[in-house]
Design a protein around this ligand. Structure first.
Ligand SMILES: C[S@@+](CC[C@H](N)C(=O)[O-])C[C@H]1O[C@@H](n2cnc3c(N)ncnc32)[C@H](O)[C@@H]1O
Length: 211
């Protein structure tokens, strides 16, 4: 996983620049999160990069912790906390799978995961870990490019990008049906599955941990 972190650190400045340009569907994305957050809720944003989404989500919950493998990404996110005066957001460079991850007593109220599931070595283990850090009744809200459902030429494009060092070493061609099945197998009830922004092709899923 150290390699994955260094890939994201190498592209941190460019990624941050791109993520500041939020586009027309961004408000609806925040609204979907707001609908499951509560004003006192503790939220974990997994794979937060330089914190753009995390800092916007902070306005709708009690507190939020953004985590990422990329140390440079997290430095940038921390600098924004100061610049923007966001008092309820914190950032940490840590892998979700690391047992040192701080988990509040009883678990997080919600976990958000934007564009990460397709990048992790063990997607099933990752889903199980998300389940473990949530409180019973807590929600996971994720958006994932399910590349396995896209046209075959994307496989070639991603292979070429990897060869050129423009994509991380692991990019799964995940299928939305498989991700949904993994969520169910881990003990989630899947409440919503939709492609809200056809241009991005990201599959949005909302699921609730039983309890
Ligand atoms: C494509 S970026 C998405 C960033 C942000 N969520 C967004 O939507 O703009 C994926 C991020 O996930 C992070 N990541 C990948 N695996 C992770 C893990 N196991 N734990 C924490 N972060 C991880 C990477 O370091 C990278 O910054």
């Amino acid at each position: 996983m150290a390699d994955a972190g260094s890939f994201w650190d190498k592209i941190a400045e460019g990624y941050d620049k791109g993520s500041r340009n939020k586009g027309p569907n961004y408000a609806a994305r925040l609204e979907r999160a707001q609908a499951v957050f509560s004003p006192e809720g503790r939220v974990l944003d997994v794979g937060c990069a330089s914190g753009e989404i995390t800092l916007d989500l902070a306005a709708h919950c009690g507190s939020i912790l953004g985590i990422d493998l990329g140390g440079r990404m997290i430095e940038m996110a921390k600098a924004k906390v100061q610049e923007r005066g966001v008092e309820n957001a914190e950032f940490m460079a840590i892998d979700l799978m690391d047992s040192a991850l701080p988990v509040p007593e009883g678990g997080y109220d919600a976990v958000t995961i934007y564009s990460v599931f397709h990048l992790v070595p063990d997607v099933e283990g990752f889903v199980e870990r998300v389940h473990a850090v949530l409180k019973p009744g807590g929600h996971v809200l994720c958006e994932t490019p399910c590349l396995g459902d896209w046209m075959w030429f994307w496989g070639l494009a991603i292979g070429a990008a990897k060869l050129l060092g423009k994509a991380p070493a692991i990019v799964h061609r995940l299928k939305a049906d498989d991700l949904e099945a993994m969520l169910r197998d881990a003990g989630f009830e899947v409440l919503d599955r939709n492609i809200y922004n056809p241009k991005s092709g990201q599959v949005c899923m909302l699921a609730r941990k039983a309890g």
